[in-house]
Design a protein around this ligand. Structure first.
Ligand code: AMP
Ligand code: MG
Length: 491
């Protein structure tokens, strides 16, 4: 039987309705020998794509950039990088193929990353090494599995070409799916070009992400408030899972509130509030406990861009005061979101601020593993259940923690009851996380063409809350000699 050609998904491109300074029409650069390394069938289905299409030669051509689609663009944006403004960054190695509308009516961007140079490449080669591509694929899959808003990964394709970084490395292309790629930096760029561009981008963003406030009295103020709400919720979730993004530049913050641009990101093993992993973050600007504050700092950049369009028909002092009030609301909203996520991790619903503070102080002092501490607490409620469990002897509670747990157990008894507490905890405390040392080992093996460890990790992090004893080696904290102290961006 002759195989039939599967129809090309219908890509739309609405971003090009914006003024043309906001993007550049540019096709990806073809690669020599594309090969699919990871294909995300589940995500394909969610997008309304046929998984058979995803694994077809036609898809490989498109997702490697070898077959150009007519409306492909690179987006323009600026960005505050480590606190300093770069007025013109833009997609230097990414191509937006277009948008798909999913069966549930959601519009998402389909973007290639590592797909060749664009007018925004500056001195870069437009490419991505295999390591960071696989890392982004895995970590974004995990984030999705635990319910953190995130860009997703549809495919990782090896290019058959080498890229030069620390030495030569195999090149790869990631297909990224996101609610959109509109960044805080997109607004900063628009603002540098003129107020009419901010207005166009803000109207587009409202229509795409916040239609519920599009017709409000002050839509641009509402846009800022929505962005604050999304970001506080996002960062509260990062913090609750011990996630460190690593490069929270304004060009790496999406207005939609999804996590994006997984570079030297990592999950904490031992709880260290000042933890930095990123090799490039020498000052610790983006360390774990700075993230909430940096989120607010970035939103001030968004506010400054939006103020220009808000002052068109209003007194500027009044506008600034309103924008400032939205920014000031960040702290309270963040606190609230964080408290909710932490309470859930403890199986409680009321005010747990003091309990959480005490717990974290103990973890820091006694150098305990962040993720396993919460699983340990779960085992106190359900010592025999394996699904809620953890590997035996994986965790030793310190005397201070054992004392704290009495208090906590009492509250569980009084407030939620062990059963309900456990059910809540089991949805907020993963046992399997893409720990640094596991990722590192899996990526090293992938460089030797062995994807077994990558696939094993994918297997467990897609069902991160369920303990399966056969995978116990992937649930353990690193041994001292396995600990990774620094992560490379590897761009
Ligand atoms: P990132 O640190 O990955 O968020 O990238 C910051 C900026 O540098 C963005 O404008 C990227 O498009 C650009 N960039 C990063 N790596 C490359 C590369 N290899 N080639 C061209 N541009 C790049
Ligand atoms: Mg970036």
């Amino acid at each position: 039987m002759t195989p039939t050609m599967l129809p090309l998904p219908t890509f739309e491109q609405t971003f090009t309705e914006l003024p043309d300074i906001m993007f550049a029409k540019v096709a990806p650069t073809p690669v020599t020998k594309p090969e699919a390394m990871l294909l995300n069938d589940t995500l394909a289905q969610e997008l309304g794509l046929d998984p058979d299409w995803l694994s077809s030669p036609e898809a490989l051509q498109i997702l490697s950039g070898n077959q150009a689609l007519p409306d492909t663009i690179a987006m323009a944006y600026a960005g505050h990088q480590f606190g300093h403004l770069s007025p013109r960054l833009g997609d230097g190695r990414a191509h937006l193929l277009g948008e798909l509308v999913t069966p549930t009516g959601q519009r998402v961007d389909i973007q290639l990353k590592g797909s060749g140079v664009t007018p925004y490449s500056r001195r870069g080669d437009g490419r991505a090494p295999l390591g960071p591509v696989l890392r982004e694929y895995l970590v974004s899959e995990f984030m999705h599995a635990v319910g953190v808003p995130t860009s997703r990964s549809l495919a990782a394709i090896s290019s058959g070409e080498s890229v030069w970084r620390q030495g030569t490395e195999p090149g790869a292309i990631l297909t990224r799916v996101a609610a959109s790629h509109i960044r805080v930096g997109s607004f900063e760029y628009a603002a540098s070009q003129g107020v009419e561009f901010v207005k166009a981008l803000a109207d587009y963003t409202l229509g795409r992400h916040f239609p519920e406030v599009e017709n409000s009295e002050e839509p641009y103020l509402s846009l800022l408030q929505c962005a604050v709400a999304k970001q506080t919720e996002l960062i509260a979730q990062w913090m609750s899972f011990g996630f460190i993004h690593g490069v929270m530049n304004t060009d790496n913050m999406l207005v939609s509130g999804e996590t994006v641009d997984y570079g030297p990101c990592a999950f904490m093993d031992t709880y260290v509030p000042s933890q930095v992993y990123s090799y490039i973050d020498r000052q610790g600007r983006y360390r774990y406990d700075h993230q909430p504050g940096i989120g607010q700092w970035n939103l001030v950049r968004l506010a400054q861009a939006l103020v220009s369009v808000m002052t068109v028909d209003q007194d500027s002092d009044a506008v600034v005061a309103k924008a400032q009030a939205a920014i000031n609301g960040y702290e309270q909203q963040y606190k609230h979101a964080y408290a909710q996520h932490m309470a859930a991790k403890l199986g409680l619903q009321g005010d747990t601020a003091t309990l959480v503070d005490k717990l974290l102080a103990i973890l820091a002092k006694d150098k305990l593993d962040y993720t396993l501490t919460f699983r340990y607490l779960m085992t106190l409620l359900a010592p025999t259940s394996t699904a809620y469990g953890m590997p035996e002897q994986a965790y030793i509670a310190s005397p201070a923690l054992q004392k704290w747990q009495l208090n906590w157990l009492q509250r569980v008894e009084q407030e939620t009851g062990p059963e309900q507490a456990l059910s809540l905890m089991s949805q907020h405390n993963p046992i399997f996380i893409p720990r640094n040392h596991l990722l590192d080992a899996a990526l090293k093996a992938a460089y030797q063409d062995d994807l077994t460890q990558i696939n094993d990790l994918l297997e467990v992090i897609r069902e991160p809350f369920t303990y399966r004893p056969e995978w116990q080696h992937l649930a353990l904290a690193p041994k001292p000699e396995e600990k990774i102290v620094s992560t490379f961006c590897g761009t």
